[in-house]
Design a protein around this ligand. Sequence first.
Ligand SMILES: O=C(O)CCC(=O)C(=O)O
Ligand SMILES: [Fe+2]
Length: 402
Amino acid sequence: MSPAKATNPGVPFICRSTSRSDELAQGLSFEDAAAVWEARDEHSGATGVFEAVQHSDLVEQRGCNKPIIFRKLERAYGPHGMGVLLVTRMPPEFVALRRKLLFLAEQVANLPEAVQHSLEDPESAYSFGYSCGKEALEDGKPDSNKVSYYANPQHNTITQDAKLRKRYSGYCRDNIWPTQALPELETTFQRMGELIIQVGMQLAGHIDQYLAFKGGTGVQEGGLRGILARSSCHKGRLLHYKPLQEPTSREELQKWCGRHTDHGSLTGLLSAMFMQGGQEVRNPDSSSGLHILDRSGYPHRVAIPPDGLAFQMGEASQVHSGGLLQATPHYVQAADAVGVSRNTFAVFMQPRWDEPMAMPEGADAASVGIGQWRPGLSFGEFADLTVQGFLHDSHAGTHHAA
Ligand SMILES: O=C(O)CCC(=O)C(=O)O
Ligand SMILES: [Fe+2]
């Protein structure tokens, strides 16, 4: 199936200017410096204002941008931040790949059952390849509402060590691809994953400078960027939220990907694509989609523009920064419209399984604030505890970057 001609997805997105004087002096253009990104929930009228930075500014690492980027990072990820930063004006390759990959998500969900089954990996607890109905919803029922396809976007195999492949199966087993049924999936998934990781690494470099500026004693060797560069086990998740068969309550719609925080370091997220009958359609329900909870627990809908890439903070970064960076609680609400699917892609950038989960020297353990964390854990052990916690924690509704 070839991608349909783009219809206007109608994302309620505006770049709004705030103060201009000091920012102009820092050497950024007016628009760049002032960019915030405002998403409005048309039903409730609630707005969320999120920080945005242009991709080119992130890449160039110009010294004069630092004070602006630091302020944006603080407003995004600090203890009073909104939990998300948007990278805008991603290059044309990214925009084209997004469409191609999200059409493939729809196709994965429509593969014959026998093919889907052949792409499953029970040995990794369905953390590689096709997964549907293997995770529990908040109410304990199997989650058959969405289809996931998991893979390492950078490496098809990371180790031959049988012990590691068994002990850390969620990281160390091999990628699985539908080479016959959907040959384009492998390259499209991997290229998009690689692009997201590249931008995430650039962002991590700025975050390290920000942490140093805040007086943080440093996030382990090489900072957050070092942790992510050492890791060979980032995980991509292609997601298809199945169309509703019949109208349902708002409460049910909010269970599709219940409230949780990702347990890795940094999560990159695409703008979701809605589809009906094989064609892209506008989001039929302006209150559906990704919502983040601000520090007072108030939900804000996050509408990512098609050329944008959003980054949420994960729990590992909260630990590694001693609480200077705060993990982002979020959930996804399905669209209140029969017959419309939602397709998206997340990349969980996460430490290697053996990376120490140490907080910076001198930091106060209480400020880490992650329930399952204690000193001396490796990331693999921390992740195990997190996943076990999900079995009992009524706030967690999703399987995670494994
Ligand atoms: O569907 C989305 O936009 C986000 C999915 C998510 O939060 C997750 O997979 O952890
Ligand atoms: Fe998530």
